[in-house]
Design a protein around this ligand. Structure first.
Ligand code: 4NP
Length: 188
């Protein structure tokens, strides 16, 4: 019966691959100049505020290669700065299949990013464990599975909305990260 199955959003975060090492999170969008670098900056700031910055390594990438090496899209960076974050260090990267086996959690910003990542993982012959580590941000973050909308070329208000979604959702991600890191520490 379907009701016996937990919805995706209720699935706990995957445990760290190495219980004595850092927990590694990659945020992934299409171009790695708007959503996922914003997500990376917000998650890192919230982890620092929660005292978990030395337990979790955060990065980001795009599934596409159009913007490799570029800085963050200026409107994205401006929205971050308005709320006290620094997005100046970013250089866009493309997600590489070799990362699949190295990350503990891969957060897709929207359902098309999720489909692209799953296709890449299937091509790479990833294990079921690795497949389960690829998750939709909107599910993990308690946002009813909502996509983080692609703001590229959009208005400042659209970028502000993306940032608000990321701030709200990442607070829930951090709280789950705290739990999964604590559980791994007690099992060691
Ligand atoms: P992002 O936004 O995936 O949030 O970085 C986009 C950036 C560039 C493109 C699409 C989305 N593009 O088609 O070049």
């Amino acid at each position: 019966m379907l009701s016996d199955m937990p919805p995706d959003s209720a699935a706990p975060l995957p445990p760290p691959r190495d219980p004595s090492g850092s927990y590694r999170v990659s945020c992934v969008c299409l171009g790695n100049i708007c959503r996922s670098p914003m997500a990376e900056v917000v998650l890192r700031a919230q982890l620092a505020a929660a005292g978990l910055h030395d337990r979790v390594i955060v990065d980001s990438a795009g599934t596409g290669d159009w913007h490799l090496g570029e800085p963050m899209n200026p409107p994205a960076r401006r929205q971050l700065e308005r709320r006290g974050y620094d997005g100046s260090a970013h250089q866009a990267r493309q997600f590489d299949a070799s990362w699949l086996a190295e990350r503990d959690l891969i957060l897709a910003m929207d359902s098309s990013n999720l489909a692209n990542l799953r296709a890449l993982a299937q091509q790479a012959g990833s294990t079921p464990d690795t497949m389960r580590r690829i998750r939709l941000f909107g599910e993990v973050a308690g946002l009813d599975g909502a996509d983080v909308p692609d703001p590229w070329g959009g208005s400042p208000a659209e970028f502000a909305r993306v940032l608000s979604m990321l701030e709200t959702g990442m607070a829930r991600v951090v709280s789950q990260l705290r739990d999964v890191i604590r559980a791994a520490a007690t099992e060691r």
